[in-house]
Every structure is written in C-alpha cells, then in structure tokens.
Design a protein around this ligand. Structure first.
Ligand code: ARG
Length: 273
C-alpha cells in the first residue's frame, strides 16, 4: 500500500475525476486509508511504498504492477500524469529482490488494474480498450509463460478491468456484463459456469462493487448500497464494508489501493468452504 500523503484529484484522466477537481479532503482520505490498512493487516502482511510529491495517484498502487512468483511486471502507464510513479516502483521492486519485467513505453499496461490472475493463479485475464493496450497482453503473460485471455472494455466509466471484473477465491466471478463487448462476454461465460457468475447491477458497478480485495475467505470492499455484502456472506465470505468515498472521487476503491505481492495460493488458503 502507499499512504495518501500527496493524494489529490488535480487532473482528469478518467470520467470520475471530472467534477471532483480538488474536492477531496486529504485528512479524510488519510483516515479512510488507515482503516483499510488496519483491516488488511489482520489478514495479510502489508508492505508500504513511500509516497512522492507530484504523484497524487500513487495511493492507487494496484495499477503499478502485476506480481507473481517473485516477478513484478511493472506498469507502463497510458497517461504521463501517472508515468512519474514508474521509477519509484521499479526501485522498490529491485530493492525488495523481485525480478522486474519491463513493458515498452509504446504498449501501455496498467498492472492489476487491467490484468489479473484467476483464483488458481494459472491463467491471466487482461483488458484493453481504455488504458492497457492489447499488444501488451502477450508480452506481460510471457513473464510467467501463462495463457492469457483478452477482454475488450467498452464503457468509459469502467476504464479498468478491476472496476467490472473480480474473480473470487471460491471460484465465483463478480462482473458487470455491460462493460464488455459480446465476444468478451462469451469468453467469460465459457470460463465461469452460470452458478459461479455474480452479475453486478449498474448501480452496484458505479459504486465500484467489483473493486474488492479478496484474501482467502476475507473480502474488504467499499460501501455498496445494496445487499451485495450479505450475498457474499451467504457464500461463506467474511466481508468488511469500508467508507472509501475520498478515493471514489479519484476513480477507485478498495482493490485499487493495494497491490498483491505474494502468490495467491500461499497466503491464507485459496478457497472458501
Ligand atoms: N485516478 C486514478 C487513475 O485514473 C484512479 C485509479 C483507480 N482506478 C481503478 N481502476 N480502480 O488512474
């Protein structure tokens, strides 16, 4: 995680930031982030990245890389405003002993924002359309010699995959179907049986219901004003709903505030029972 010491909405690179310029309170953001940090510490070993002045979106550390088996594929951000984060990340990973996998500047790739492993860690789902470009998918997957399935995002409100697609440890998928084109939906439906697909409504999706942190049977999520948390509890998950309103103004929620460093299957058990 990276503390919101310099967090602000001071440019517009996604539709949620428009209208929120300089509207967020750094004190409130800090308090909300701290609560998330405390919750995460109960279920994971949390490392912190030093925040940098001039990189106000650095708190959204989930988009800076994708990590698995000690290899960190470092992002090549689409927008110059976030490219300032890259050298700090590269240095952190090198100092921590990770092998750094670079992505060419011309082929944008935004880490866990757009590329995620499935719950078993053997396959990648990668999005393109807004930030990450399709040409980067195979290059990123080559870091682990992993098969990759490309998905096309078509709704500018859901500019990252982590806002509309979340595979859970129990094999379920939270997703907002309208964010994808028909061919991508067919791929999703072929991979997840109907009983495992949890369709998120538009209201839930716009409250970033898919942007959840899932560690084993634990789920940390921002507030969603429907019965979604209860539905997840009914499936056996332990769910904490947190107020992350200041980060919603910047276009993100729980998941985008963390980056996974360890392998999925070695942390706290991978399935719900
Ligand atoms: N302002 C950041 C950006 O546009 C917000 C990222 C949060 N996004 C997310 N996909 N969860 O890059």
């Amino acid at each position: 995680m990276c503390a919101p010491e310099w967090y602000d909405v001071n440019y517009v690179i996604n539709p949620w930031m428009a209208g929120n310029l300089h509207q967020s309170s750094r004190d409130t953001a800090f308090a909300q982030w701290k609560t998330l940090h405390q919750h995460l510490q109960q279920i994971a070993d949390v490392r912190l990245l030093h925040p940098r002045q001039g990189s106000p979106d650095m708190v959204f550390v989930g988009h800076t890389a994708l990590v698995q088996h000690g290899v960190a594929a470092v992002s090549s951000f689409a927008h110059p405003q976030r490219q300032t984060e890259e050298p700090h990340l590269r240095r952190w990973f090198q100092d921590a002993g990770f092998l750094v996998w670079e992505t060419p500047r011309e082929t944008a790739f935004e880490g866990e924002g757009d590329v995620v492993f499935d719950a078993a860690g053997g396959r990648l789902w990668a999005a393109h359309g807004s930030r990450t470009c399709k040409q980067s998918h195979k290059h990123v997957a080559d870091a682990w010699h992993t098969p990759v399935t490309s998905l096309h995002l078509v709704d500018p409100r859901f500019y990252h995959l982590d806002l509309c697609f979340a595979p859970l440890s129990g094999g379920e998928l939270l997703y907002f179907p309208e964010a994808f084109d028909a061919a991508s939906l067919a791929k999703i439906e072929a991979a997840f049986s109907a009983d495992k697909r949890i369709v998120i409504s538009e209201i839930e999706a716009t409250q970033f219901a898919c942007n959840v942190i899932n560690v084993g049977k634990h789920i940390l999520m921002g507030k969603v004003e429907t019965d979604l948390a209860q539905r997840l509890r009914n499936l056996g998950y332990e769910v904490a709903e947190l107020n992350l309103s200041e980060f919603i103004r910047g276009g993100g929620s729980a998941k985008s505030l963390v980056l996974r460093l360890s392998d999925m299957d070695v942390t706290h058990g991978s399935s719900v029972n």
